[in-house]
Structures are given as structure tokens and as C-alpha cells.
Design a protein around this ligand. Structure first.
Ligand code: NOJ
Length: 839
């Protein structure tokens, strides 16, 4: 065809050629002319943003004036060809980049190359202040095997040869993702400065303890690279440390991390050991000595439960006493197992760990876990290397949503045991909103349910929402990049996570945008090899947010209030005293949102975006009088943006967190918060009508260590007084003493209607102090078989207790036993109190 228009419009084609083309190429061609037709040239592509220097993110669209042009481009300095990336959508620029583009049109010669260099100079982030407490920072979750190979001598150790994929990090597409890839504790140590530069305040490392040494075969996955197939809790695995299973690499890491201000949290599986019928068949060792395997566990007091796999996750007995994923299910109330698991925990404390992520706490014996928390609280040994300041922070995995049957049990368990939980129920909503573009209402409703409670389910709210451990990605679910998120969505998720209430956990590699979509990104393809440790727009964002958390106590300890919401826009506020952080996210891909009717605690004034527009944010103006409800002048929130507006100011003494939340008299607890002052004031504990001052062993403006005074056990309140100002009353529970797990069981119970549950109550705080409500009595107890009940309760060592089972009917009425039972709790070990229902 004769492309007349193209010829005329074609830039850069000499007029002579145009004329020649007109002569030669059109009008049917002259017979007798030997001049070949001249092909017109496509116009070079044009960029929507001029080349130059910018201090904010840019998004560059490429167009071409030649009709039908296909555009190919590069960003790596190579000359584009038709094999280069085909342009389809604006290119986000988060770092200095040269874009080179080529237009290709059928019937035309290719365009000349258009080129533009964009220099992105983000403003440096504010400094990250030293912090006293993990709430003021964030935790970085590491699958040790996939992070960095710092010691190649342990890649294929002689104790367990052949489990190593040498090409894992370098060539994941051709590697076996179920083998070890070589990452180790030394590797984490070598990358601490990378973590420190982002403001990481703590690392949660996958279980470092000694794992099974053989391949567990296809039906059970393959190797224990993930760390969850423990065989010996007293040793460090040869892949992560050294071939003598010593603690050297672990201690070196803890020492170096602490020197960099980074706490170490160890993932600790107490529910199970390793696969049944494969691998080492549930082998259990005590510092190198074989104790049992699953099939040789035939003694009178078995180490393991020998039940089927859990099939009903709504059944309290199944989840605690059945088998999780074919993993040999430890009986924590076997006295040897009880002592072993607690010795191993305190051994880790002696090696300087700052806390634990407890694996599968829903599937472990709930009542026993109270005594695990109590053991940690009462441990007062010496740590070498030394622990970071503050009592150990513990959090457990209860992998359910708020719609699941045992959600009320999870709230009760966390509140009454002192075990903080990973905020799995919020996680599902974060993955939905940031991974698959769900509605912000889902997050907002979830926060309301967890933090304020519900009248429709028999659960209270979580007592300390700021102690919940929040995350949007982890090692058990596809990364949001595999669920549909792009890089901007990841950065919005990071922005939310690090400003939401709770202690945030960032999954390793999200800041480098790593993901693999094989099998939709499910395990093991979410356990990617970390190959990049460079700074980029995401690490810069994290620095900004870490600096904010460290500087403004409203983020660590404040309230969280929704201020404006629709499906795509979420504006919420953190507030503590005069510290206010207002966050606005618009995740809509193309629609700016007019915001009117926004009220804030921010005092009147003009607020620039704390993120310096690196996320496309803007300035706002607040009017009114400095109260809690000042109007923001109407503004338009840009699409795909995050803005943060901050005000710092006076904070009265404010307790944000008490660690542990439950302890007996004599135990040292850490009060974290703000405004305590630098001179020691007073800490008071109150139970009922008794208020007693605590002995204070350490006092700083943000952290106090105080010893629980001798008070009756029960619900308590803690306050800090500095001068004339007294803090909020933080909830705390005084327990009676050291706690011993006791298996309370009953047989011959009444026949239960479908809405009936069996509960337990007794005359000590740990048995509910005689309470007969769902929330305050013990239970619902598990039902091993019809007509029986079994409930482990961690009860005061040596105490003689009176107890009684009762049926709690769906309407709240009760049918109790005809009398009560008496039992003396042993002073060590594990107790058993078996009774027949007394009619
Ligand atoms: C939960 C862990 O997060 C998961 O990765 C592991 O496979 C199971 N617990 C069993 O230990």
C-alpha cells in the first residue's frame, strides 16, 4: 500500500527521499524505472515524561505517532530490537534508568532509537533511632536455608550427604526446591549490615535445631531444609552450623546480631518432631542419644500420641491430640517430653535468644503451653551471649481465620496463656486486599473484630492488640506477588504493615520483589533463594517506615482508628498522647479520590508527606482547634499512592506493652511504652482492692523492668507514675506461682446436646476462680470419646485445689457435678487428676 501519510509524518526522513518515494512508490510504478521503492521509516517513540532528574517515583508511558507501531524497549543499556520487551503499559521507575525504545511498523523501516535518562534521587530517609523494644521496630522472617550461603563447608555435610542442590541459588529454575540450598547461620551473620540498614530490629529464623538426616521421600516432601523436622532440640543442624552440631555458628550470629541492635527470635516446634513412616520415622534424640522413634514408642508412657491425622480442625480434641501433617505428635504431658521441651527452650535462652515463634500452637496442647510461657517467665539464668534488654517476646502460630470454629478459643488462649499470636486472621485480609485487590473494608472489619470483640461469638477482644504479630507474606502461603500484586501493591502492603497496630513481620525477599509462580507460588516456591541484597525503592520505603516506628511511639503503642474508607482508599490514624500518624492509601490503579469529611487528631497546620512523595503522596492542611477531631481541608488522594502525615509531641506516661503479660510474684516483667521519664518513678500493680508498688530494676524513658509484687493471683492492672502523672492501666494477670501441667479428666459425663460443652472450674485463678462462664471458666474441655472429658490445665505447683466439671448449655445455663473434687498439684513434673462425674 502507498503509505502517503506515513511518509509525510515520518520524522527524520529527508525531503529528497520523500519526493523519491512519492515518485517511485506510488502511482502504479513506472515501467522502465529501475529505482527500487523506498520504504518509509517509522517515527521514533516518544516518552510521556521528559528526561531529567526527579526526586519521586516516575511512570513513563511510550507512544509512537506512526499508526500501528509496536514498541520495543530496554532499560538495561542495550539497544532495543524486536526481541526486547514489548511495551504494553507505563514503566514504573524507582531508580535511575535509561529507557531506549524502538518503533516497528509493517511496511516501514524501523524507527531510530529514542532514548531518555531519568535520574531518580530519592531524598535520604530520616535516621533510625536506637530502640528499646521490638514494638518500635519490625521483625524480618528468614528461611535460613534460602537466605545466604555464608559457609560452603556445611553445604553437603558428611552426616547427611546428598540432600544438597548445588544450583539452588544460582539456577532455581533447574533446582530441586525440596533440597537444601546452602543458606546457613553464618550467611545471615554476613548479611546483618544489609538488615540493619533497613532498620530490621529482630530476625525470626526458621528452626535451627538438628533435623532428620535423610530424605523423607516424596509423600512427605523431601528434606528438612525448612527446619520443621526436628530430631534433636539440643543441637544445631549440621547444614546451618557445623558438622559437630555445635552452637558456635548460632552463638556467633546472636552475638553479631545483638551488636547491630538486632534481636533473634527462634522458631520452635513443640508440637511434633518429624515424619511418621518415612525419613527417620519420628526419631527423637536428646543431645545425640536416641530416645525413641514413632514405631518403637511402645512404653507405658508414650512420648507420642498415636492418633490419625487431624481431619476436623474445629474439633478441640483432634487439633491437640491428633497428628498434624503426618508429623509425629509429641505428648507434651509425658513428663520426659515436658521437661525436655522446656529444657531446650531455656537452653536457647541461655544462648541469648530474645524470644520465640512457637510453631503450630493450635495443634499443641493448649493447657501445657500456659506452663511453657510460665517456664520462660520464671527463667532467670544467665545468657551467653547476652540477651538484648527486655524480657523474651513470644508469639505463636494459630493458623486460622476469624470465621473458623476455634477463633474464640484462640482469643481466650492468647489472653489467658500470655502467648501472643501471629495475626493470621488479619493476614488473610491483607493477602486479599494487597494480593488480589480486595476491599479495604475487609481489613477494617477484621481489625474491629479482633481489637474490640464481637457480641455474636463468645470471645472477648484480644487484650493487647499491639502485641499481635502482623504479616502479609510468610513461608506457608504464596507471596502476594504470586497472588496478583505488582511492586506498587507490595510497597503499599509494606506501608500498611509497618504502620498498623501490632509487631510487624516482613518476610525475607519481599523487599527485593522475589517470587516464583510455579504451582501458583505455593510451598516450596515461596521459599525463594535470596540473591539480591541491594538498596532499591522498597528498602528505602522500609527505612522511612522503620525510622517512623523508632521515632513516634504512636506507631508502636498507640490506638488505631479508621478515619475514611472505601474499597480502594484507607485512611487511618495511630495516636498516643500528642503523637499522631495519619496514613492514607489509595490503591486504585487509575482513579484519584476526592477526600472530604476527613477528621484527625493532627493539630491545625500544614503537613508535608513524611514519605517525601516517594510513594506519590501529598501535603494536607488541617484546621480547627487542636482537639481530637480537626477537619482536614478537602483534597484529592492520587491513585496508587501512600501519604503519611506526622505530628510529634508530649506523651504522658503510657504503657504500650507488658512482657510477659502473665507472671507470678517475683518474676521480672518489661513495661514498654513512652513518657516514663528518665528518673525512676513508681510502678504499681493492682489486684482487686490491693495495690502494691513493684521493685524496679531498670528505668528508662521507654522501658521499665519491674518485679511482680506478692499479690493474690488474678486479673491485675499495672500503672506507671512519674511525678504527678499516672499512665494508663495496662492489663496484666498475676499467676499463683510456678505452674505445673495437670491432666484433668472426667468420665461418665452427662449426654451432651449439640450446643453443650463441658467446662472446668476450681478455686484458684488458674482454674477460673469458680467462674461458670465460657470466658472465665476453663474449657471447653476436649472430648476424647463420648462421655469423657480431658483438659490440661497449668496449675500452681504444690497447691491443693478444689475443682468441678460442669456442662455449659447453649443458652448459658449450667448443669454442674453434684460435688467437687480435691487434688494436690505436684511440685514438679506433670500431674494427673482423673475423676468420675459426680451426679
Ligand atoms: C507450621 C509451619 O509454619 C509450617 O511451615 C510447618 O510445616 C508446620 N507448622 C509443621 O511443623
Amino acid at each position: 500500500m502507498c503509505a502517503w501519510h506515513g511518509l509525510i509524518r515520518s520524522k527524520g526522513v529527508p525531503l529528497m527521499l520523500v519526493v523519491a518515494a512519492l515518485t517511485a512508490g506510488c502511482g502504479g510504478g513506472g515501467s522502465g524505472s529501475n529505482t527500487p521503492p523506498i520504504t518509509p521509516q517509522a517515527a521514533p517513540p516518544a516518552f510521556s515524561v521528559s528526561a531529567g532528574t526527579y526526586t519521586t517515583l516516575q511512570s513513563v508511558a511510550i507512544t509512537d505517532s506512526t499508526a500501528g507501531a509496536a514498541i520495543y524497549y530496554t532499560t538495561d543499556g542495550t539497544t532495543p530490537t524486536t526481541s526486547s520487551a514489548a511495551y504494553s503499559a507505563p514503566i514504573p521507575l524507582a531508580a535511575t534508568t535509561t529507557i531506549e525504545a524502538l518503533a516497528v511498523v509493517s511496511g516501514y523501516t524501523n524507527s531510530s532509537i529514542a532514548s531518555a535518562t531519568y535520574t531518580i534521587n530519592f531524598p535520604a530517609s530520616p535516621a533510625i533511632a536506637p530502640i528499646a523494644d521490638i514494638h518500635q521496630g519490625f521483625i524480618y522472617q528468614i528461611v535460613t536455608d534460602r537466605f545466604f550461603d555464608g559457609d560452603t563447608t556445611n553445604d553437603n555435610p558428611s552426616e547427611s550427604p546428598g540432600l544438597y542442590a548445588p544450583n539452588g541459588f544460582a539456577n532455581p529454575a533447574n533446582a530441586d526446591w525440596n533440597l537444601y540450598w546452602g543458606g546457613d547461620l553464618a550467611g545471615i551473620q554476613q548479611k546483618l549490615s544489609y538488615l540493619q540498614s533497613m532498620g530490621v530490629a529482630g530476625i525470626w529464623i526458621s528452626p535451627p535445631m538438628n533435623n532428620i538426616r535423610v530424605n523423607a521421600g516424596a509423600s512427605n516432601g523431601e528434606t528438612a531444609y525448612h527446619g520443621y523436622w526436628t530430631r534433636d532440640w539440643m543441637q544445631i543442624d549440621e547444614h546451618f552450623g557445623d558438622d559437630t552440631n555445635s552452637w558456635a555458628a548460632f552463638d556467633n550470629l546472636v552475638t553479631a546480631a545483638h551488636a547491630d541492635g538486632i534481636r533473634v527470635y527462634v522458631d520452635y516446634p513443640a508440637n511434633d518432631s518429624n515424619p511418621i513412616g518415612a525419613g527417620e520415622n519420628g526419631s527423637l534424640y536428646n543431645n545425640g542419644t536416641l530416645v525413641t522413634t514413632y514405631s518403637t514408642d511402645t512404653g507405658a508412657t508414650p512420648y507420642y500420641h498415636h492418633n490419625p491425622n487431624i481431619s476436623n480442625y474445629g474439633d478441640r480434641y483432634q487439633v491437640q491430640y491428633y497428628t498434624l501433617e503426618s508429623l509425629a505428635d509429641l505428648d507434651q504431658t509425658n513428663p520426659w517430653v515436658d521437661s525436655y521441651l522446656k529444657t531446650a527452650v531455656t537452653n536457647l535462652l541461655a544462648h541469648g535468644v530474645d524470644g520465640f515463634r512457637f510453631d503450630a500452637v493450635m495443634e499443641t496442647n493448649w493447657g501445657w503451653e500456659y506452663s511453657l510461657e510460665n517456664t520462660i517467665a520464671n527463667w532467670n539464668g544467665t545468657s551467653n551471649p547476652a540477651r538484648m534488654p527486655g524480657q523474651p517476646f513470644i508469639f505463636g502460630e494459630w493458623e486460622e481465620g476469624s470465621g473458623d470454629a476455634l477463633y474464640p478459643d484462640s482469643v481466650k488462649f492468647s489472653n489467658n496463656s500470655g502467648m501472643n499470636l501471629l495475626d493470621y486472621t488479619l493476614y488473610w485480609q491483607l493477602a486479599d486486599v494487597f494480593g488480589t485487590d480486595g476491599s479495604f473494608y475487609n481489613i477494617d472489619n477484621e481489625l474491629t473484630l479482633e481489637d474490640a470483640g464481637s457480641s455474636t461469638i463468645p470471645a472477648q477482644a484480644f487484650m493487647q492488640p499491639n502485641d499481635l504479630v502482623t504479616f502479609f507474606d510468610n513461608h506457608d502461603n504464596p507471596r502476594i506477588l504470586s497472588q496478583g500484586a505488582d511492586r506498587m501493591a507490595v510497597k503499599q502492603a509494606i506501608s500498611f504493615l509497618l504502620t498498623c497496630r501490632g509487631v510487624p513481620v516482613l518476610y525475607y525477599g519481599d523487599e527485593q520483589y522475589i517470587y516464583n509462580d510455579t504451582d501458583s507460588g505455593a510451598v516450596p516456591y515461596n521459599r525463594n533463594g535470596m540473591t539480591n541484597f541491594t538498596s532499591n525503592d522498597a528498602t528505602l520505603l522500609i527505612q522511612y517506615l522503620a525510622a517512623l516506628r523508632s521515632a513516634n511511639p504512636a506507631v508502636a503503642y498507640g490506638t488505631m482508628t479508621q478515619r475514611w474508607i472505601n474499597n480502594d482508599v484507607y485512611i487511618y490514624e495511630r495516636q498516643l498522647g500528642m503523637n499522631v500518624v495519619l496514613v492514607a492509601i489509595n490503591k486504585n490503579p487509575s482513579t484519584d479520590q476526592a477526600i472530604s469529611g476527613l477528621y484527625t487528631y493532627l493539630p491545625p497546620g500544614s503537613y508535608t508527606d513524611y514519605l517525601a512523595q516517594t510513594m506519590g503522596g501529598l501535603r494536607i492542611v488541617v484546621t480547627g482547634t487542636a482537639g481530637s477531631n480537626n477537619p482536614a481541608t478537602d483534597f484529592t488522594l492520587p491513585h496508587r499512592s501512600v501519604s503519611i502525615w506526622v505530628s510529634d509531641g508530649y506523651v504522658p506516661p503510657s504503657i504500650g506493652s507488658v512482657t510477659p503479660r502473665i507472671a507470678n510474684p517475683g518474676v521480672a516483667v518489661t513495661l514498654s511504652g513512652a513518657g516514663f521519664g528518665t528518673m525512676a518513678g513508681t510502678v504499681n500493680f493492682n489486684v482487686g482492692s490491693t495495690t502494691l508498688p513493684a521493685i524496679v530494676t531498670n528505668w528508662s524513658n521507654g522501658q521499665i523492668t519491674a518485679v511482680v509484687p506478692v499479690l493474690a493471683a488474678g486479673a491485675a492492672m499495672v500503672t506507671v507514675t512519674q511525678g504527678t502523672a499516672t499512665s494508663n492501666a495496662a492489663p496484666f494477670t498475676v499467676s499463683s506461682s510456678k505452674l505445673i501441667p495437670v491432666n484433668f479428666s472426667v468420665s461418665g459425663t452427662p449426654v451432651l446436646a449439640s450446643t453443650d460443652v463441658i467446662m472446668l472450674t476450681g478455686n484458684v485463678a488458674e482454674l477460673g476462680n469458680g467462674a461458670i462462664t465460657w470466658n472465665s471458666a476453663i474449657g471447653p474441655v476436649t472430648i476424647p470419646t463420648t462421655g469423657s472429658g480431658l483438659q490440661t490445665v497449668s496449675a500452681p505447683a504444690g497447691a491443693t485445689v478444689q475443682f468441678q466439671f460442669f456442662v455449659l448449655h447453649g443458652n448459658g445455663s449450667i448443669t454442674s457435678e453434684g460435688g467437687h473434687h480435691s487434688y494436690t498439684v505436684p511440685s514438679t513434673g506433670v500431674g494427673t487428676a482423673a475423676v468420675i462425674w459426680e451426679y
